[in-house]
Design a protein around this ligand. Sequence first.
Ligand SMILES: [Zn+2]
Length: 327
Amino acid sequence: MSRSPLLLGVDVGGTTMAAGIVTRQGEVVLEERVPTYRDGPGTAIATLIELITNTRAAGDQQGLTVSGIGIGVPGPVEGGRIGEPVIHVPELAGRPLARELIERFALPVFVDNDVNALVLAEWMFDRSRSVRSLVMLALGTGIGGGLVLQDRLIRGAVGFGGELGHVPVNFDGPPCFCGGRGCLSVYASSRGIVEAAQARVAGRPDAALLKAAGGDPQAIDTPLVFRAAAEGDAIATAIVDDACQALGAMIATVVNGLNPEVIVVTGGLAEALAPLQARIVKAAGEYAFVRPLAATKLAIRPGDKRFTMRGAAALVLYETVRGEAVR
Ligand SMILES: [Zn+2]
């Protein structure tokens, strides 16, 4: 049997669910994955329960006994109850998931927003262990954010703390899929970048970006846009410039408003953005105060599902060590 109690961390994504048995130092010692909608629409919760059951059983066979379960979900969470919207796993909205799973598994269960989990992994296990204030921006299909300020995870009054993806960076910008306008996600998420590219090539059959996608606007994706921009394509360059400028404005908002020690940019777009760091910092410099910007360490680094499952495990530690759990 394992001497030190282990944790079970789960990342619930719109495409994949990943569960891992994680040590208290953040090492993943066993991992299972399953497509979120393997059994069809509306089945994510049944699949989640099966994934937890199977991962726990696989751990038990190897003497890896877990003492708590953490779950990161792609939406706002208030006291273990999932709020709205949960765009990519809609049946989670309104579920008191923590309470349901505590009853089912007879273990402590903690549920939080996936980027809140991610920022806890960075802060409790990884490179930001020594800092007290850390802001994470996760840029993927959409954009999530996580805030640790002066040694506390900031959830806000109703679970929206850190929703930086839907903070406007352009007050008369285009409508956002959240119902707002000019949000960071309009400019710097995969969905926003692809929609901007499709809008700009519409009615322009000679556009090189469209030709590079085989003439099919639906085939445009973010790697294509970033590659075309690097090769000098005018439409793609304008879109990538907007992404850098919007991200710079958000970094300035964070720097001026929260003054953290570290800002980590991660998620599926981080790899494409890393070579553009100097441009992003320059854009931030157009809006931020000089002194706090100079004092902020900006790190752009790719992440994956494994990071969020570790974060969900960190959530269990964070809640049990601090005794702040609200179920
Ligand atoms: Zn929005």
